[in-house]
Ligand binder design. Sequence first.
Ligand SMILES: [Zn+2]
Length: 290
Amino acid sequence: MVRLGIDIGGTFIKFCAEAGGEIKKGKIPTEKNLKSVLTALKKIKADFSPDRVGVAVAGLYDKKTGKLTASPNIKFLEGLEIKELIEEELKTPVVVENDASAAAYGEYIYGAGKGGKIVVCLTLGTGLGGGLVVNGSLVSGVSGSAMEIGHTTVDMDGWHCHCGRKGCLEAYVSSYGLERIYFFLTDQKLSSMEIITLANEGNLKAIKALDEFSGYLAVGLMNVLHIFNPDKVIIGGGIPEHYPAVIDLAVSVLKEKAFKLPFRDAQIKKAELGEFSGAFGALALAGDKR
Ligand SMILES: [Zn+2]
């Protein structure tokens, strides 16, 4: 039997295929349109002929209708009956889950969250995703939209978020949040990865931008500690992957400002599966009855 986990992102489809106890992983670049995503899925089907498939996708996936009701960072998938669409394409039943929830489950089963009782995972990418695993079960809400940490409000009149609201945590703690922080400091428009490269080279403005970013990350993490009292908090995505100091800086703020009890018992660390957390989670969920 071949199990397959797929993570559909804005620019890549990442996958993990498991057969005979061996896991192969890879990624296929996609353009920002549905046709390109379907072409990549066809290739994966041809390469692996999976029997069971899990799919991770960014956005609010309605478990009751199989529809992706909102996807601020992958607009072309918004409103699609994504479960049915992929099942038709792959000719096999699929389990769909929000990408950040899948990432949390992936880290719980295969990565930094192993053995945790209450595991919260934040994924800092284009947006800011959240996932929660409690006593081994993924908690994704009645309809699938729990743990939208990125869209918790931290400032009612704050910066615009891709979701259309103001002052969401994601408006600060995401790649576009970092780009905006840097722009306000320097009047220069650089990509988040360019800013991180500059910071790693010792550029003081870039370092300052990432310091500010870490302060906002600390706000998000403090809320997580105070709501969930978790034993493991995992932080994944491109920004901590290439600039892990954001985690240390945020933790130093928490040490000073968070309640002592939840801070004492929370291990806060970087994700271990890198950009494949979501695909691994989708793999773990493949064949699940949801
Ligand atoms: Zn938002």
